[in-house]
Ligand binder design. Structure first.
Ligand SMILES: Nc1ncnc2c1ncn2[C@@H]1O[C@H](COP(=O)(O)OP(=O)(O)OP(=O)(O)O)[C@@H](O)[C@H]1O
Ligand SMILES: [Mg+2]
Length: 150
């Protein structure tokens, strides 16, 4: 396991951070995003989508739970806030083994979906525009992914 802490001081910086992740991501990866409402989970996902070459604007999937975007890798964007543990019925495990990149907001609500290896990003609100990003890489592919941010 490896970890890294970074700060951003505006939305654009978070987009740039996410973009680096999107550019370095490989197929069949999972990124877990945790943090309070408005922390910046969707903002980071927007950056990830930019890094995957996705032109469509990524919006919060809260009411649909899952949104799929086609890019260099297919992005599966899940917001588990409303699921609270009921995800096993939705067939999400099918694409967790697909060649896409899966990003899960509120991953703590869907423990059954979490694979053995992952990149976890915990986002904390420090100030109106300042955010703290704590990354934990679990697995060698994810440790390599973290290096793209240094
Ligand atoms: N440094 C920053 N990084 C990211 N977002 C920021 C930053 N500074 C201010 N913001 C603002 O904070 C908000 C982050 O919202 P976002 O939808 O990404 O949060 P979220 O964690 O996905 O929340 P939710 O749990 O409701 O899905 C946006 O309105 C954004 O403009
Ligand atoms: Mg969100």
């Amino acid at each position: 396991m490896k970890d890294l802490t970074l700060y951003t001081s505006c939305l654009e910086e978070t987009h740039i951070l996410g973009k680096k992740l999107g550019e370095a991501a490989e197929e069949n990866m999972v990124i877990l995003l945790d943090g309070d409402l408005g922390a910046g989970k969707t903002a980071l996902t927007q950056g990830i989508a930019m890094g995957l070459g996705i032109r469509k604007r990524v919006t919060s999937p809260t009411f649909t739970i899952l949104k799929i975007y086609k890019g260099r890798l297919t992005l599966y964007h899940i917001d588990a806030y409303r699921l609270e543990g009921h995800a096993q019925d939705l067939g999400f495990d099918e694409f967790l083994n697909d060649d896409g990149l899966t990003v899960i907001e509120w991953s703590q609500f869907v423990p059954d979906l979490i694979p053995d290896e992952w990149l976890k990003v915990s986002i904390e609100l420090m100030d109106e525009d300042k955010r703290k990003f704590s990354f934990i890489a679990n697995g060698s592919r994810y440790e390599k992914l973290l290096e793209a941010l240094i």
